[in-house]
Design a binder for this molecule. Structure first.
Ligand SMILES: NC(=O)c1ccc[n+]([C@@H]2O[C@H](COP(=O)([O-])OP(=O)(O)OC[C@H]3O[C@@H](n4cnc5c(N)ncnc54)[C@H](O)[C@@H]3O)[C@@H](O)[C@H]2O)c1
Ligand SMILES: O=C(O)C(=O)C[C@@H](O)[C@H](O)[C@H](O)COP(=O)(O)O
Ligand SMILES: [Zn+2]
Length: 361
C-alpha cells in the first residue's frame, strides 16, 4: 500500500481521503446507522449511483443533477432544498455527492446550507475532483457576476477516491484535472512536475501507477495546506496560507466567466498559471527557466497556454471580483522560486497588461 493511499485532513472534525481502486466499498461503513441519505450524482454516473444506493439499504433519496457547471446554480440549489424538505431530512442525516468538481461543489453547498449544515461525503469521479474539489470544504455555486461567488466552507466527513471511476472519464477531462496536480507541483511538490515531464502520455493513462501517484501527491499537498488554514484566513505578509491553492485562479476564473463556463476549469487554470508566471518573471521573482517550465509542462500534456489578445479589458474587469481582492486591491499568488510563493498585492496596471500581452494570442 502506498503511504499516500490514506491521507488525513485536520479539520475541526478530522477526516480521511482514501485513494485506490475499490475505495467506494468503504461508503457503507462510513455512513452506517444513518436514517436518510440524499444521494446527489452527475447524470453520466446514474447507473453507478443506483448500484451504490442499493448496497446502502435504508432510505435513500436519489437526486440527479444537471451535468458539469449547469449544476452549480441557485435554481439547482433550491430544487435540492425542496426535495430534501419533502423527504424530511434532519440534522442527523447525510448527503453523498458522486461526480466531478461541479457535483461535489454543489452537493457540498446543499449540505452546508440545509438546516445550516449536515454531514456529507464526497465521491469524486474526475481527476480534478480527487486532487482538489472533493477535499478541503470549499463549496459553492456560480452567479452571473462570476465563478464560485456564493458558497460556504463546509468540510466533508470523508472522501473516497475510487480510481476505477476514471476508466470512463473523457481524455480532455482527465487532462484538465491533471492541471490542478501540476499546480501543486509548482507551489509545493516538484516531484509531480518530474512525474509528468518524464512521461506525459503515461501521466494521462487512467490506470497508470504514475497517474495514481500524481493524484495522491496532489491530494497530499491540498490536505496539508487546508489543514493549516481551513478558512483561507491566514495569509500575512510573505506567509501564504490556503490562498496558495489559488495559484493561477485569478485569471482562470475570469476566462471561465468570459467563456460562459464552457472552458474546463483545469484548462483555464493552466492559462492562469502561465499568466502569473509571466508576472513573476517581469517582477524579477523567478528566472526564465522556471517561468518557461509552466508553458512546457502544460504543452507536453496538450493543454492551452494562451488566450485572446483582445480580451484583456474584460478579463481585467472580471478579475476585480476575485475572492483574494481586498477593497480595490487586486492580489495574486506568485512564485518566488520552485515550491515557494508569496502574495503580490496591488501590482502596477502596466505590469498586469504587459504580463497578459506575453501570453495573448
Ligand atoms: N471546491 C474546490 O476546492 C474546487 C477545487 C477545484 C475545482 N473546483 C470546481 O470543480 C469544477 C470542475 O470540476 P471537474 O473538472 O471535475 O468538472 P465536472 O464536474 O464538470 O466534470 C467534468 C465532466 O466529466 C464528466 N464526468 C465526471 N466523472 C466522470 C466519469 N467517471 N466518467 C465519465 N464522465 C465523467 C462530467 O459529467 C462532466 O461532463 C469547477 O466548477 C471548479 O470550480 C472546486
Ligand atoms: O481549495 C482552495 O482553496 C482552492 O483555491 C482550490 C482551487 O483549485 C479551486 O478551484 C477553488 O474552488 C477556487 O476557489 P475560489 O475561492 O477562488 O473560488
Ligand atoms: Zn481550481
Amino acid at each position: 500500500m502506498s503511504d499516500l493511499e490514506i491521507i488525513k485532513v485536520n479539520a475541526e472534525t478530522p477526516y480521511e481521503v482514501h485513494t485506490r481502486v475499490g475505495a467506494l466499498e468503504l461508503l457503507r461503513g462510513l455512513i452506517d446507522g444513518v436514517d436518510r441519505v440524499a444521494f446527489l450524482y452527475a447524470p453520466v454516473l446514474a447507473d453507478r449511483a443506483r448500484a451504490l444506493a442499493d448496497e446502502l439499504g435504508g432510505t435513500v433519496t436519489m437526486i440527479e443533477l444537471p451535468d458539469a457547471e449547469a449544476a452549480k446554480t441557485a435554481d439547482v440549489l433550491v430544487q435540492c432544498w425542496d426535495t430534501m424538505a419533502d423527504a424530511g431530512f434532519t440534522r442527523s442525516d447525510v448527503l453523498v455527492a458522486l461526480g466531478g468538481g461541479a457535483t461535489t461543489d454543489l452537493g457540498g453547498f446543499v449540505a452546508a446550507s440545509w438546516l445550516r449544515g449536515i454531514r456529507f461525503v464526497t465521491l469524486p469521479s474526475t481527476v480534478l475532483g480527487m486532487v482538489d474539489a472533493a477535499v478541503g470544504g470549499k463549496t459553492g455555486i456560480n452567479i452571473a457576476a462570476g465563478k464560485n461567488l456564493v458558497g460556504a466552507f463546509h468540510e466533508p466527513m470523508g472522501v473516497l477516491c475510487d480510481l476505477s471511476l476514471l476508466e470512463t472519464l473523457p481524455p480532455a477531462d482527465l487532462k484538465a484535472g491533471v492541471v490542478e496536480a501540476v499546480k501543486c507541483g509548482f507551489i509545493a511538490d516538484p516531484v509531480i512536475l518530474d512525474l509528468v515531464e518524464e512521461d506525459p502520455e503515461d501521466a494521462l493513462r487512467w490506470d497508470s501507477d504514475r497517474l495514481a501517484e500524481i493524484v495522491r501527491r496532489g491530494i497530499a499537498v491540498k490536505a496539508r495546506v487546508v489543514s493549516g488554514d481551513l478558512r483561507e484566513s491566514t495569509s500575512k505578509g510573505a506567509q501564504v496560507g490556503r490562498e496558495l491553492l489559488n495559484y493561477g485562479h485569478t485569471l482562470a476564473h475570469a476566462i471561465e466567466k468570459l467563456e460562459n463556463y464552457t472552458w474546463r476549469h483545469g484548462e483555464a487554470v493552466g492559462v492562469g498559471m502561465v499568466y502569473v508566471a509571466e508576472l513573476a518573471r517581469l517582477l524579477g521573482k523567478i528566472d526564465d527557466e522556471l517561468a518557461d517550465r509552466h508553458r512546457t509542462v502544460l504543452q507536453s500534456l496538450g493543454l492551452p497556454v494562451s488566450y485572446r489578445a483582445d480580451a484583456w479589458p474584460e478579463l481585467r474587469d472580471a478579475m476585480s471580483l476575485d475572492k483574494k481582492t481586498r477593497g480595490s486591491t487586486l492580489r495574486f499568488v506568485i512564485l518566488n522560486g520552485l515550491g515557494s510563493a508569496e502574495i503580490l498585492a496591488g501590482p502596477d496596471e502596466q505590469v498586469l497588461a504587459e504580463a497578459y500581452a506575453r501570453l495573448a494570442s
